[in-house]
Design a protein around this ligand. Structure first.
Ligand code: SAM
Length: 244
């Protein structure tokens, strides 16, 4: 008997941002394999009998290898279980979804993908701004601030990231932002470009700090803390507010 895997985007952390489909699949799952950022009260939506298995991958910590996670998924589903693979935000954004899909395909296991609220979208909402400011932000772009070794990726498009008409959201970028900013300024990004550091959005630890990109890089060169964070910069609306 073959089971079934639902890839579920958990949203940024607040269980009220789960979709109805996500809550339904969690409630009917025999096993839930979850990342660190999808833990906490979101797991309360799983049934009392469900196996809850943490497979978190967080920067700077020892984490299960990706092929181990794929193997676990295949093993649970091959045993006939209904499995939820819970990933933060939307599973398809910097979530290493493809590796797990390939493993399931190769094992002949059926699956579905249920989208979630991306943390970048939730951050803009929480800060009270649109991601695309009318007439000034012509584009929005999501970029990762680190490669598989935790370093600034060498193949990022610096000209696009220095485009003053784009709103940019950097994922996993706290550690590398000072180096990124130096490269961006060399490509013409003004150091006074507005920026927001949005941390642990939609959780009790959330905070948002408004600054210029230059001031933010200086702050992050000193202390980065351990909260998950996004850096937004570009033609950001001025109406939004920071909060702690
Ligand atoms: C592996 S990526 C996954 C992104 C996720 N799939 C999404 O759609 O938001 C993890 C990174 O997403 C960002 N992130 C996820 N949840 C967040 C939150 N609640 N607040 C701020 N940043 C968050 C951080 O940059 C974090 O390091």
């Amino acid at each position: 008997m073959t089971g079934f895997v639902s890839f579920v985007g958990s949203g940024p952390g607040d269980p009220e941002l789960l979709t109805l489909k996500a809550a339904d699949r969690l409630g009917r799952a025999d096993a839930v394999l979850f990342d660190d950022l999808s833990a906490g009260p979101i797991l309360d939506h799983a049934g009392p009998e469900a196996d809850l298995v943490g497979v978190g991958k967080r920067a700077g910590r020892v984490s299960p290898r990706q092929n181990h996670v794929s193997r676990l998924l295949v093993d649970y589903a091959s045993a006939g279980q209904r499995v939820v693979r819970l990933k933060s935000g939307d599973s398809g954004l910097f979530g290493r979804l493809e590796e797990e899909l390939i493993a399931l395909r190769e094992a002949g296991i059926p699956y579905e993908i249920i989208p979630g609220v991306p943390s970048a979208v939730a951050a803009a909402a929480q800060c009270g701004i649109p991601l695309t400011r009318r007439l000034t932000a012509r584009r929005v772009q999501f970029v990762t601030g680190h490669d598989t070794n935790g370093r600034l990726p060498q193949d990022i498009n610096l000209a696009a990231l220095a485009d003053p008409s784009a709103c940019t959201v950097v994922f996993m970028g706290k550690r590398t932002f000072p180096a990124l900013l130096a490269a961006l300024c060399a490509h013409g990004l003004p150091p006074e470009t507005p920026a927001i550091l949005a941390e642990a959005i939609s959780t009790p630890a959330q905070a948002a700090h408004r600054a210029t990109v230059a001031a933010l890089a200086e702050r992050l060169a000193g202390e980065i803390g351990d909260k998950p964070a996004l850096i937004l910069y570009g033609p950001l609306a001025e109406i939004g507010v920071g909060f702690d």
